[in-house]
Structures are given as C-alpha cells and as structure tokens.
Write a protein of this length. Sequence first.
Length: 83
Amino acid sequence: MDNSMPVVSKMYCSSTPAALMIRRRPMVVNGGGFVVTDFSHNVVFIVDGCGILGSKGELMVKDSDGEQILFISRKLFEVLHLN
C-alpha cells in the first residue's frame, strides 16, 4: 500500500524521467544555494538558504520565475528525560 503524499503541486512533476543539472552557487552572505537547470540551460528550480547569514536549517525552493514553491525546515527535536 502506497501512503506517499505529494508535497509539491503536480505542475512541477513530470510523468517521464527528466535529466537535470545541479550547479552550486558561490557562498556569499545572503546567497549561495543551488540552481537546477535542464540540458538547454533553462532554470527549472532555485534553492536558496545556503548563505552565511539567515536561518540555519531552512531552505526555500523557487521556480524559474522566483516564486516560492517549497519551504524546507529542519525539524527540531525536544528531548525529555522521564524518571
């Protein structure tokens, strides 16, 4: 039984495999991150949040127009010690 649930709109999904290239952007104060392109060098996705400043453990995935499509945040665990 498949209990998977999409977290991104179907408009960003392909019914066939797609070959993409991932390029790391230079690490700067508010920049860094990754750019995902197809083999025609068209930007498909941009990943922001890898800069020196900003919230640690938070990434923003944007489409080629710069519209935010997915926010990824590291989950913090609270450890409780029970006697």
